[in-house]
Design a protein around this ligand. Sequence first.
Ligand code: HEC
Ligand code: HEC
Length: 120
Amino acid sequence: MRRLILGSVFLAGLALLANALVHERIAHAQGATVKNVTSKLLAGKSKADVKKYMKQVAEALGVQCDHCHDTDAMESDVKKEKLIAREMMNMVAELNVHKAIAKKDRVTCMTCHNGKREPK
Ligand code: HEC
Ligand code: HEC
């Protein structure tokens, strides 16, 4: 009995390890690390989360990714729009810093831009 329990614990551990390794391989294959993400809003986030957020940003401004990005090098900061956007992300993070602000009341790009490049 004791051997059986030890055996299962060992197998469970092995399964966990294998799982972790597979996930790491997948993450690596997808290049799932960001290279130049430094705003207060996004620093430390996964590539998947950054991309999800980027879709919201594009929608909030009514633009495509290439409005801010050199699409051959997403990490590049050559476009001034990207630099402005990073400042805006810092601003949004500061505006929402108070923990008492409910999620639904937090300021987003949409709050001011409302689907437009320049707020009216
Ligand atoms: C309004 C400007 C803007 C638009 C539009 C935009 N991005 Fe971004 N993107 C940024 C900024 C700014 C950063 C860096 C954020 C930071 O430093 O926290 C960034 C970072 C990224 C990164 C991380 C790159 C790296 O490795 O450093 C990816 C990936 C990305 N964007 C994808 C997209 C995709 C896909 C779209 C279109 C759906 C998109 N972005 C639209 C401004 C924009
Ligand atoms: C508090 C209001 C406000 C919020 C919130 C806001 N913006 Fe802006 N944004 C502005 C205003 C106003 C301008 C126009 C400034 C000017 O033309 O001098 C602007 C301009 C910009 C521009 C330059 C316009 C262009 O394409 O030439 C970018 C890029 C931008 N915002 C990105 C963002 C992003 C990304 C977010 C969310 C992280 C955001 N903004 C949130 C008010 C806001």
